[in-house]
Design a protein around this ligand. Sequence first.
Ligand code: DP6
Length: 339
Amino acid sequence: MKKIGWRSPSNIAFVKYWGKGPGQIPCNASISMTLNAAYTDTVIELHEKHRNDIEVSYFFEGKINPDFERKILVYLEQTKDFYPVLREHALTIRSENSFPHSTGIASSASAFGALALGLLSASGYEEGDFNQRASFLARLGSGSACRSIYGGYNLWGKLDGQSNPSDEYAVPLTEIHPDFQQMNDAILIVDDTPKKVSSSAGHHLMKDHWYAKNRFAQADFHAKEMIKILKTGDFQQFSSVIEQEALALHAMMMTSAEAYMLLKPGTIRAIEEVRKLRNEYKLKICFTLDAGPNVHVIYPKDDEKQIVSYLEDHLRSQVKEIIYDSMGNGPKQLMIEDN
Ligand code: DP6
């Protein structure tokens, strides 16, 4: 039996993707940092095929998961022409996350990253554009997943004046100032109950949003700014852009026609504390938010010792948990076995 395994990390967006067209074509450019400790491992086993249609059994953390299996089947129906392995074999797919689902760490990004990489490998694809193709195919599963194919920082979405970015796949950003080459992300878990509104529903609400046009223009502007900041290493500007992006994302949710709010009182308290630590204690820290109440505190690895001790002293007692993560090097192949 042939077995192929890939590990793909999650990513945290500094400039947010919020609003999309069919096939996860984004309404604006986005930039993310690939994480290290938060990842999905996916192993694909190839078996003999008995039927003509797609034959897949899907296990999440060792158990059959009918919900996930359905979602994956929809994805595979849509992408089957890109994955010849689906015509030739029945597949058993086993996935595991390194992080609990409830923490709100973007699991669809790492899940579709690992799945696209695994299915491409299982299809025998080895060309030079393997990563670009994996990013393209991961996007068709979940938009943010296209930014989980490379380490470091990734840009996704067309942007004036930039030579190669595309709406269809992400590209790594390579000109990075030494101060931004090793960054950490401490995730303050304020609330771990499942969120009420999915990201897909949130993207959809941008369609008739009063602020959509300006929000998309702001994000493209911020993406250009962020590319410059990552080159020049200006932490103050970095904090300004990343925090505006986080709060703009939540402002869109709070002002959409079917308005909703994912922020909790604990989120606001944590944000105020992070800003206090920056302004009063002169720490190099700032925050971002995903589509959820938990606060991602971003800071340079070089200042880790000092900042972790401040976070433990000032924030630990106010939140449920702190998950310490850092910038990662991107996916890795776990195995390719043929017995
Ligand atoms: C707030 O990638 O989860 O995390 O394309 O519908 O799967 P789908 O949405 P998804 O949206 C992520 C939104 C975000 C911002 C970001 O990661 O850029």
